[in-house]
Design a protein around this ligand. Sequence first.
Ligand code: GLU
Length: 508
Amino acid sequence: MSQDIRVRFAPSPTGPLHIGGLRTALFNYLFARKHGGAFILRIEDTDRTRYVPGAEQYINEALAWCRLDPDEGPLQGGGFGPYRQSERKEIYSRYAFRLVEKGNAYYAFDTPEELDRLRKEYEAKGETFIYDARTRYTLRNSLTMERSMTEELISKGEPYVIRFMFEPGQEIRMKDLVRGEVVVDSSTLDDKVLYKSDGMPTYHLANVVDDVLMAVSHVIRGEEWLPSLPLHVSMYRALEWENMMPHFAHLPLILKPTGKGKLSKRDGEKGGFPVFPLKWEDPETGEISPGYREEGYLPEACINLLALLGWNPGTDQELFSLEELIREFSIGKIGRSGAKFDPEKAKWFNHQHLQMIPEEELSVAFCRILKEKGIGCEADRMKALVPLIRPRINFIHEFWDQAWFFFRRPESYDPATVKKRWKEHTPAEMRMLMKLLEKCDPFTSAHIEKEVKGLIEKNGWGTGAVMNTWRLLLVGSSTGPALFDLAEFLGREEVIARMEKGIRELSV
Ligand code: GLU
């Protein structure tokens, strides 16, 4: 494939971008990069009633955080702009009128009140009102009026909408790259509004027109848009644009952790995990929704976990860099069934990507935390510390919890461990260990290990008991990284001081 590959991510700025939206952006990006094509950002903001200030900026920031940089877009520019639909308003009407002229659409003058009344009447009969082939000939539109009447109403400025008209009883055949052939009976479709007399197109018209005018070759979007496909395909055909119609690929839903239903904001609130890439403060209510970035996720981990929601490399490989994803990605490997979101697995991905960060980068992040605690950083010591702490954390912010005892003496001792480990004979044993350590030279992890193990063996002590008691003296509890490494890091003097303090305080 070639430069002719052009894909777009077309979010509506109606609130924070959901991770499902970010996955759509990612798949479009991967496809574009893989084939040397263009990744376009198009802001679909024609529905001004749902416009939320800050949402477009949020989209830009989320894409930038994940390194999914558009080639064309409102900020990037490009040869097919403008890339905000509200700035393309004048373009759309001509296509709506063309559809009317060709007999594929019509003017409808029914007021919102009239339609509301009809909905209620139908509801009372236990039915649903649908504006379609069964009802359209009984309503106030250009199909039921004389042409002169329609023209008069329009010239008088009576508000109208333009609706697409499906011929009933037709099989609409479409191809989806994920699902194969899809066939829909046109009788099941309603006459969707394409354009309003205030000059604004609806999503359907603007979307189809822009995909053609922006020479989009592939539409990769969420499954929730699959029901719109018959309308879109019918519009391409009616406008005689079939040869310019993009290929379609609809991505499977992202499901709740239980696998039942679509992942929602509420699932995140209930389960304590973010469903948005970045933190979002609702400009109206002030409500704050957590974001992956602020929760300490690495963008690399986010990308990796999103890539595997609905796409399968066909191997057991789970860890991917963005570059590897670009290499491996193909639409053919997108699945049809919903992809369950697993918040625990999300943490696992972060843990794994944390292990891959260059040591210096992690060291800088850890130093920042130390600085906040008023602790200075020495390059050599950090070099020793990073490999000890890194395997023990899922997030950088967990560093202090796992590492404080490298810098501070324990102030208290975990009562459960004390109860279990501190016996009558313990102080004497710990003193023997102390004596050994005083003479242990060099004071390196490997050498300390050898000496301590020798002492344990010579005296026939239980390794677990001795090590855990020693750990209790050094860190105040029974958990932490390898003790010999910790001892080397602390140095002989500090190890002895901590042991003396512990023996003194626990022996009363
Ligand atoms: N504006 C639509 C959305 O918000 C775009 C759907 C499409 O990609 O066609 O998801």
